[in-house]
Design a protein around this ligand. Structure first.
Ligand code: GRF
Length: 221
């Protein structure tokens, strides 16, 4: 993989298909960033194997029994610090972060969430979309702030909910979109095009009034 100045750490908990999308983009020379480490809170995360297969450091940091969130996050910060990441990407990292960790990487942490935020922060988004009878669903990449799944959105992937959609069909279609928008947002950050300034997302020097949006079947420049 080509080496780049922007160093990215990816946090995962499971399958790691979004990590794979980042690896694929890096290998294709489209990320403009180096994936320097992958950390999982779960040892069985398939994403750790994906990282190793790509020659990326793969670390497992398990929470200990009864450990306070702030203490786990301090251990995580101690692990990340020496690796000098410019950007932390939460790609299916199923833990809520402490305010201290969020503060440490303010403006340098992106999260991927499977809904059109601000709709449906938290879990079970596909089920909630179906229950509400929504016509649209999707995924969002956003900067991380103290509010759970609440930071300023950068880019969204939108898809129409079809009459025969199920939780699993929605999950599949949302994943496909996530694999498009996450590498793109990371490449914007790495190219210096994307930053957070005073709570606003700046892309190419302009504050975004709404996240960049891409519809299913469409493409991003
Ligand atoms: C993604 O749908 C992401 O939005 C959510 O967890 C899932 C992770 O999938 N937070 P994967 O591990 O990248 O395959």
């Amino acid at each position: 993989m080509p080496r780049h100045a922007t160093r990215v750490a990816v946090l995962i908990s499971g399958e790691g298909s979004n990590l794979q999308a980042l690896i694929d983009a890096a290998q294709a020379g489209q990320l403009g960033a180096s994936l320097v480490t992958v950390v999982s809170n779960r040892s069985a995360a398939r994403g750790l194997e994906r990282a190793r297969a790509a020659g990326i450091e793969a670390l497992h940091l398990a929470p200990t029994r009864g450990q306070e969130r702030a203490d786990y996050d301090a251990a995580l910060a101690a692990l990340l610090g020496p690796r000098e990441p410019d950007l932390i990407v939460l790609a299916g990292f199923m833990r809520i972060l402490s305010p201290q960790l969020v503060e440490l990487y303010q403006g340098r942490m992106l999260n991927l969430h499977p809904s059109l935020l601000p709709k449906y922060p938290g879990l079970d988004t596909h089920r909630r979309v179906l229950e509400a009878g929504d016509q649209w669903h999707g995924a969002t990449v956003h900067f991380v702030t103290d509010e759970l799944d609440g930071g300023p959105a950068v880019v969204q992937y939108r898809l129409p909910v079809l009459a025969d959609d199920t939780e699993s069909s929605l999950a599949q279609r949302v994943h496909k979109g996530e694999h498009i928008i996450l590498p793109r947002a990371v490449s914007w950050f790495a190219a210096g095009r994307l930053r957070l300034a005073g709570g606003s997302v700046m892309l190419d020097g302009r504050a975004l009034e709404a996240p960049v949006s891409v519809d299913e079947g469409g493409s991003l420049e």
